[in-house]
Design a protein around this ligand. Sequence first.
Ligand SMILES: [Zn+2]
Length: 388
Amino acid sequence: MSQYRKVHCRLPIADSRRYRVTVLTFEMCDRTMRLLLATLFFLLLASSAFATGNFKIVKVADGVYAAIRTEPPGLTVNANSVFIINDEDVVVVDTTLTPGTARETIAALRQLTNKPVKYVINTHWHDDHIMGNQVYRDTFPGVEFIGHTSLTDYLPTTGLTNRRGAMSEQGYPAFINALKSRLDKNESVFGGPMTTEEREGYSGSVGIAERYMAENPGVEIVLPTTTVRERLTLQRGKRTIDIRYLGRGHTSGDLVVYLPKERVVIAGDLVVWPVPYVGSPQSHPGNWSKALQQILALRPKRIVPGHGPVLKEDSQLKAMSRLFSTIDEQVRAAVKRGENLEQVRSGINLDYFRDMFAGDSRMRKLIFRNYVVGPAVEAAYLDATGNF
Ligand SMILES: [Zn+2]
């Protein structure tokens, strides 16, 4: 039977803070794809200095370095970290998906400086940005953890639920088996043999998932010791570090780190390259578009995304902002006409944006289909109907 038959798969992906089960609905999936996707969603460039493991250190500005993940775009991800090396200390943004990758990141930091890490900023509460917190706490006694106020609610509730789901048999183990099976058979989800890019994307995803399963059971979740509701400015010697909440976007608790003198923005997952990752009901497309406009208004010289390379120009932000405002507008108009979610889904056409973000890449098309079209439309619908 064709893998392209039209089937709607309803997948328990992530719970809201009220433990409401969320479903990600998408077209054209077969049984293996359902397994493959059941775990996934968020359980949940300047000059290169040197490379270590599955990331490379990239200088962003004087004393500012990004640890950019080098796994190819895939169906699960690890996140970038950033080191801000100040006169006396270091501020780190995001701590990666596992303790082991956090230790590797710290080893790379040690090649740059011996100054202690004084602050860790978590841009939001998804596992790929916080699971290394424990390692930083144990390595740098007295380190402060900064996160949006909502992290103290999300991390022990929704985050815990996502983590348990990811570690269950139906979670990452099933995901790993499904991807390995496809790799063994050389079978693309689009039918026929895989492209090289698909093979690399699936292999990278298996590696990330295997590390998650090997390293994350038993990890202690470290909550913020300092919370930010709207804004916090750190002055560390000559360095000014402006931490801002720009409203709901990728989650309800995204923090952006802005270095005004260097004109660098560390954006967390408000900016992702090549294809955005959207959560439902965690994301809020309309507000997300506005948050991106606020970042654009800063006219940054460099943007460090949560995933993807350091960006030297703002086209990805503009494209993401247009994508999310379009989804929000179309969904709100449909809701005004009285349409339900399924009617909204069948009426919305995002092919233009799919082509813009994915081009001819099958891997990117798959990411767009599963992590943009399905969840973003639902997230916008929940926002439009007040059910988020
Ligand atoms: Zn992320």
